[in-house]
Design a binder for this molecule. Structure first.
Ligand SMILES: *[C@@H]1O[C@H](CO)[C@@H](O)[C@H](O)[C@H]1NC(C)=O
Ligand SMILES: *[C@@H]1O[C@H](CO)[C@@H](O)[C@H](O)[C@H]1NC(C)=O
Ligand SMILES: *[C@@H]1O[C@H](CO)[C@@H](O)[C@H](O)[C@H]1NC(C)=O
Ligand SMILES: *[C@@H]1O[C@H](CO)[C@@H](O)[C@H](O)[C@H]1NC(C)=O
Ligand SMILES: *[C@@H]1O[C@H](CO)[C@@H](O)[C@H](O)[C@H]1NC(C)=O
Ligand SMILES: *[C@@H]1O[C@H](CO)[C@@H](O)[C@H](O)[C@H]1NC(C)=O
Ligand SMILES: *[C@@H]1O[C@H](CO)[C@@H](O)[C@H](O)[C@H]1NC(C)=O
Ligand SMILES: *[C@@H]1O[C@H](CO)[C@@H](O)[C@H](O)[C@H]1NC(C)=O
Ligand SMILES: *[C@@H]1O[C@H](CO)[C@@H](O)[C@H](O)[C@H]1NC(C)=O
Ligand SMILES: *[C@@H]1O[C@H](CO)[C@@H](O)[C@H](O)[C@H]1NC(C)=O
Length: 378
């Protein structure tokens, strides 16, 4: 599991090159001196910021990674992938027109003491920032994009995150955050992407998360959440991708999941879910990837699952499923992977399996099937 978590967050970091030095006018003197002061505390071993200097180039709007607005004030700073370390100076707060700040993929270690006001986008992903996350007050109301993934941040996630009501992207994956999720997250009504995986979060999944009606992607797995999936999750009507894999979740799968009419991916593997697979799953006709393996689900495979015409992957291995495999499963025209091994299934395998689908991967071992392997696989 540890290896898998690390692989999840092993992004490639490289300098893409700044396309941002277009400026309509020459910049103002205050921002120029602020940038020089910011540079003075950075360690730049590969000399990416060699054009940040006076005399030489006095138009700071043309400096590497700097983009100005039409008044010549610095609007965007993109210092991503430059192997920078050292300290990000507090004087950066004096760039009062700054809306976008990107230092992803560097080697920074100590976080700014507070967030920067007026920013719309903060990307500090893939560094070694440690300590607690910034405290967000109502001066951060305009923040739309926050990516702090792949750092060493820790501590509890605090209620003030719920102040960030403009947020559309919140990526906290791959840190050491702990404690339970603040209920204030329900205020993030514009949130489309919510990434929390590979942290040390605990407690139950708050029911109020079901109120996040704009949410399209929820990646919450690889934590230590316990208890059931709240039935309210069925209210997240925009959800396309739900990952709750690898945790301590338990209880039955709520039939309300069947209300998720846009869901394409449902990953619930490696938890402790019990009870039957709800037949309502068969109502999610958009579903392409269904992985509920390595739980303790029992009963029969509901025939309703064969209504999932777009299904490409069905992984049920490592449960306590019994009975026979519904013959209609061989009509799933998109199915390429079917994993049924390590259950207590019996009866004969549908003889048409693989005839109508691009099935490439079939593992039915360690069950008690009788009869013959379908001819398509011989
Ligand atoms: C940039 O930093 C990475 C990680 O710290 C290191 O592996 C790489 O060699 C550095 N690149 C150069 C050109 O020094
Ligand atoms: C930050 O820079 C990286 C690398 O260039 C890029 O992939 C990423 O999209 C940028 N982040 C934002 C929020 O634009
Ligand atoms: C956050 O940053 C990481 C690493 O830089 C990147 O892979 C990921 O796609 C970003 N998240 C979002 C939602 O853009
Ligand atoms: C921001 O919060 C402070 C105290 O928390 C309050 O005094 C102030 O009125 C708030 N400003 C706005 C614009 O809501
Ligand atoms: C960040 O965490 C990684 C992995 O646990 C560790 O190797 C590294 O030393 C940490 N860096 C800092 C600055 O704490
Ligand atoms: C962090 O959260 C846990 C449980 O959610 C709580 O018991 C603990 O007191 C919190 N710690 C701090 C420092 O707020
Ligand atoms: C956090 O999770 C990682 C891996 O999931 C684990 O190795 C580590 O011991 C956990 N840390 C704490 C403080 O629970
Ligand atoms: C959300 O779901 C729950 C249980 O499934 C239901 O009782 C509740 O009325 C729903 N709330 C909204 C706002 O739709
Ligand atoms: C969902 O599935 C259940 C059981 O398969 C069925 O009784 C119900 O009518 C379906 N609901 C909708 C809205 O399709
Ligand atoms: C089969 O599943 C059981 C739990 O249902 C698990 O304990 C066992 O390790 C699994 N066997 C294999 C070979 O994965």
């Amino acid at each position: 599991m540890k290896i898998r978590v690390i692989v999840l967050f092993l992004y490639y970091c490289y300098y893409i090159g700044s396309t941002s030095s277009v400026s309509a006018s020459t910049g103002n003197g205050k921002d120029l001196s602020v940038l020089l002061s910011v540079k003075s505390t950075l360690i730049d071993p590969l000399n990416f910021l060699k054009d940040w200097k006076l005399p030489g180039n006095s138009d700071h709007c043309s400096w590497t990674g700097v983009q100005c607005n039409s008044h010549g004030n610095v609007e965007k700073l993109d210092l991503s992938g430059m192997n920078l370390t050292g300290k990000i100076s507090d004087s950066i707060k004096q760039l009062t027109s700054l809306v976008s700040f990107n230092v992803s993929c560097n080697g920074f270690e100590s976080l700014l003491p507070t967030s920067l006001p007026s920013l719309e986008s903060i990307d500090i992903s893939q560094n070694e920032f440690s300590g607690n996350l910034f405290v967000f007050g109502n001066e951060s109301l305009g923040l739309v994009h926050l990516n702090v993934s792949g750092n060493n941040l820790s501590g509890n996630l605090t209620e003030d995150l719920g102040n960030l009501v403009s947020l559309e992207v919140l990526d906290l994956r791959g840190n050491f955050f702990q404690g339970s999720l603040p209920r204030s997250f329900k205020n993030l009504q514009k949130l489309r992407f919510f990434g929390l995986s590979a942290n040390n979060l605990t407690g139950e999944l708050p029911r109020v998360l079901g109120e996040l009606s704009s949410l399209e992607t929820a990646i919450l797995g690889y934590n230590e959440f316990k208890g059931p999936i709240p039935p309210e999750f069925g209210n997240m009507s925009s959800l396309k991708y739900l990952d709750l894999a690898t945790g301590d979740l338990s209880g039955p799968l709520p039939s309300e999941l069947g209300k998720l009419k846009s869901l394409e991916t449902l990953l619930l593997y490696q938890n402790h879910f019990t009870g039957k697979i709800p037949p309502e799953i068969g109502n999610i006709t958009t579903l392409k990837f269904l992985d509920i393996s390595q739980n303790a689900l029992s009963g029969e495979i509901p025939v309703e699952i064969t209504k999932l015409k777009n299904l490409q992957l069905l992984n049920l291995m490592g449960n306590k499923l019994s009975g026979s495999v519904p013959a209609e499963i061989s009509n799933l025209a998109e199915l390429h992977t079917l994993e049924l091994w390590n259950n207590t299934l019996s009866g004969e395998l549908p003889s048409d399996l693989g005839k109508n689908s691009p099935l490439e991967w079939l593992d039915v071992s360690t069950n008690s099937f009788s009869g013959e392997i379908p001819s398509t696989f011989l």
